[in-house]
Design a protein around this ligand. Structure first.
Ligand SMILES: Nc1ncnc2c1ncn2[C@@H]1O[C@H](COP(=O)(O)OP(=O)(O)OP(=O)(O)O)[C@@H](O)[C@H]1O
Length: 206
């Protein structure tokens, strides 16, 4: 998957959040979108996911050499964010079944392997609402990484994770991100230090 941004800007009412972003994201690479709180990282990720339009400029998505229309982009992406709510009245078992009604497993994976990846065999019948915040974040990451999608968008991937959880996340990156286009929104170095390409929103303030 390739994504091109040409002179992208976004404002809310009269306030420009960023302006003039020219950038190209390419499959097989990991990118970090950096900037302090409130700088516009999540806004840019929503534009990349085609769930929000830019106020100016053009964004183009391509997959296997073909243009992808904005309304089709969601089929090609996996997204994990601390702000994304899980369906809390489901057990883990039910949640995985539900999620994979809409997504395909990565090759060689099934429900049991997702649970094994999480190390949550003991908790598979526990309601998600009774999981801790760190456990919920692990579930979000496991669902995103084990779904077949060329585009992986991770907003603050280690939010609520302890040191062991951070190591677990870095292992997921090594195992499951290599062939994809991975974009990480962050202001914590340990979650993006492996990204060779870094886009700092602060460079695009008007
Ligand atoms: N729908 C909206 N209407 C008005 N302003 C908005 C809207 N969405 C975001 N903003 C503003 O845009 C700015 C950028 O917000 P955004 O959430 O993209 O920042 P961020 O870099 O992801 O922040 P954080 O690191 O705190 O998550 C903020 O000032 C925010 O208040």
């Amino acid at each position: 998957m390739e994504i091109s941004l040409q002179n992208i800007g976004r404002r809310f009412n009269r306030d420009w959040i960023f302006k003039g972003i020219d950038y190209r994201f390419e499959q097989g690479n990991s990118y970090a979108i950096l900037g302090p709180n409130g700088s516009g990282k999540s806004t840019l990720v929503q534009i990349i996911a085609a769930s929000l339009s830019p106020s100016e400029g053009t964004i183009t998505h391509q997959y296997q050499g073909k243009k992808v229309e904005a309304e089709e982009v969601f089929r090609l992406l996996s997204f994990a964010s601390p702000y994304l709510e899980l369906l809390e009245d489901f057990t883990l078992n039910e949640l995985i079944d539900f999620h994979f009604n809409f997504k395909q497993f990565i090759s060689g994976f099934d429900k049991n392997q997702v649970i094994e990846l999480l190390g949550f065999e003991k908790y598979r019948d526990r309601l998600i609402k009774n999981y801790s915040s760190g456990m919920k974040q692990r579930v979000k990451l496991a669902l995103a990484f084990s779904s077949k999608s060329p585009l992986l968008l991770l907003d603050e991937p280690t939010a609520n994770l302890d040191n062991q959880g951070v190591d677990w996340y870095l292992n997921l990156i090594e195992r499951f991100a290599a062939d994809r286009l991975t974009i990480i929104c962050s202001n914590q170095e340990h979650e993006y230090s492996f990204c060779k390409q870094q886009l700092n929103i602060v460079d695009y303030k008007s």
